[in-house]
Ligand binder design. Structure first.
Ligand SMILES: [Zn+2]
Length: 421
């Protein structure tokens, strides 16, 4: 562990720290930004007596952040801002998250914890494949690995052949990536006859996209590594808010830095542990853009607040199932793309790529799924996929088997759904 004393705090101590830091954050907002303070009802920190009082404060949405572009909610003087990142995948007005020096150091700390949780240390060689730019991924890995004293290969996105060459020649032991990038690497490796057993790779730390357990097993088997699911977003200060551990029984969220609630996305009510809902994030140690009840749109549930077999005591949440704005409604049935992925990839003969196409034909929803398969002529496989989807999701789909490589590979996050309704 990077910080064993913090990572194994007794639950009651964590609650005390959270309450003190929540009050401090509210005071910080009140002292630095009248506009933001008014948005949270002008609340006095002393009015927050218990953590449950947080539920009385209003939510903050992505739309709110966008409307306050670029700096209307910033709680620090511009002379104290040292860098920024921008939320990815958005169209129109971007969401800017500026960092103070303390924010950068906070990021270092949580990323170092995450990488250490994945087993990365000063003897490791980490190849950082997310881009170094407005997207926070590259820099996040960099700060964490730098703190731990690992050897950093800041290669950034793309150049898959060179990536493979470096894995082998530079004896890379850890790979940081956007979750769909390992698929590209595996594909290029197959084309080039690259043998993963010629590398020293032992761990992969993947995030920024939703990836199923089935995808995880396939990556682990083919690359011969253990994988770790890392969470976090631009708004929360970048990746590193949490990660799953060796036990793979939920994602630990660093509770001395973040307070998460799971709410009913329709009513806004806080849900009991175990129930699926939308995660909100309240930051407890961020200065430039603190968040109070930020609606992440990520769907998850609290798995456990008990100490984990890894020794850490910070609560665990389910791996992200979907996003509120990702949920598909076809022929009256609601489901997430990840559920489709899990069903498809659980079946032999199916490749790693697929595209869900939804359209409206003659006033009715039409669901087509293009699935890359080892044998695109395999009629029985197509029938089987249709049956499995019907059984588990309650909706049938027109399955179109295609050859491996037919779906367009694009840099950055993978496109899995085309909804043209
Ligand atoms: Zn654990």
């Amino acid at each position: 562990m990077h910080q064993p004393d913090r990572e194994t705090l007794h639950t009651e101590e964590i609650r005390k720290i959270q309450l003190a830091r929540l009050r401090k954050t509210i005071r910080h907002i009140g002292d630095n930004n009248i506009n933001y303070h008014a948005r949270i009802g002008g609340v006095d920190p002393e009015e927050i007596v218990n953590l449950s009082d947080l539920a009385g404060l209003p939510f903050l949405t992505k739309e709110d952040l966008r409307n306050e572009y670029p700096y209307n909610l910033v709680c620090a003087g511009m002379e104290d801002i040292v860098r920024m990142h921008v939320s990815s995948g958005t169209t129109g007005t971007p969401i800017i998250n500026p960092y103070t020096r303390n924010d950068v150091n906070q990021w270092r700390e949580i990323m170092a914890r995450c990488l250490a949780t994945a087993g990365v240390g000063r003897n490791d060689v980490i190849q950082i494949t997310p881009s170094f730019g407005l997207f926070n991924g590259g820099f996040g890995f960099h700060y964490g690995a730098d703190t731990l004293g690992a050897f950093i290969i800041p290669i950034g996105a793309g150049r898959s052949s060179l990536q493979l060459q470096f894995f082998r020649d530079l004896k890379t032991t850890a790979l940081g990536a956007i979750a769909s990038y390992p698929l590209r690497l595996m594909e290029v490796a197959r084309e080039q006859g690259f043998d993963w057993s010629d590398t020293e790779l032992k761990v992969g730390i993947f995030g920024a996209e939703i990836w199923s357990d089935e995808m995880r097993s396939r990556i682990e088997a083919e690359m011969g590594i253990k994988t770790f699911d890392i969470i976090g977003m631009t708004e929360s200060g970048g990746i590193g808010m949490g990660i799953d551990c060796e036990a793979q029984e939920g994602i630990h969220v660093w509770e001395d830095h973040y307070l998460v609630e799971i709410i009913d996305p329709d009513t806004g009510a806080v849900l009991p542990d175990g129930e699926m809902g939308e995660m909100t994030v309240t930051t407890l140690t961020r200065e430039a853009l603190p968040l109070i009840r930020f609606r992440t749109s990520d769907i998850t549930a609290v798995v456990s607040r008990d100490p984990c077999s890894c020794g850490r005591t910070h609560l665990r949440i389910e791996r992200i199932t979907g996003r509120t704005d990702d949920m598909l409604k076809v022929k009256g049935v609601n489901f997430y793309p990840k559920q489709v992925e899990a069903l498809l990839l659980g079946i032999e003969g199916v490749g790693m790529d697929y595209l869900i196409k939804i359209d409206r034909v003659a006033g009715r929803d039409s669901l087509k799924i293009a699935v890359e398969a080892d044998d695109p002529e395999d009629v029985k496989l197509a029938e089987k996929l249709n049956r499995v989807l019907q059984d588990y999701l309650g909706v049938g789909a027109d399955i179109e088997l295609i050859s491996i490589g037919e779906i367009e590979r694009i840099p950055g996050k993978a496109v899995r759904v085309k909804d043209t309704r």
